[in-house]
Design a protein around this ligand. Structure first.
Ligand SMILES: [Zn+2]
Length: 45
């Protein structure tokens, strides 16, 4: 399960696939960025 964050309103959506649009503000999917859920983030040095 991936976490998608809307760059417009900041709403977060959990979905296996990229949502078509933000269900909160209706922003296009271009505005949705993939965000790893807490605890599963890759190590970034
Ligand atoms: Zn939004």
């Amino acid at each position: 399960m991936a976490l998608w964050k809307c760059a417009v309103c900041g709403a977060e959506m959990e979905a296996r696939c990229k949502p078509g649009k933000c269900k909160n503000c209706g922003a296009e999917k271009d505005q949705l960025v993939k965000d790893a859920p807490a605890g599963t983030k890759k190590k970034e040095s």
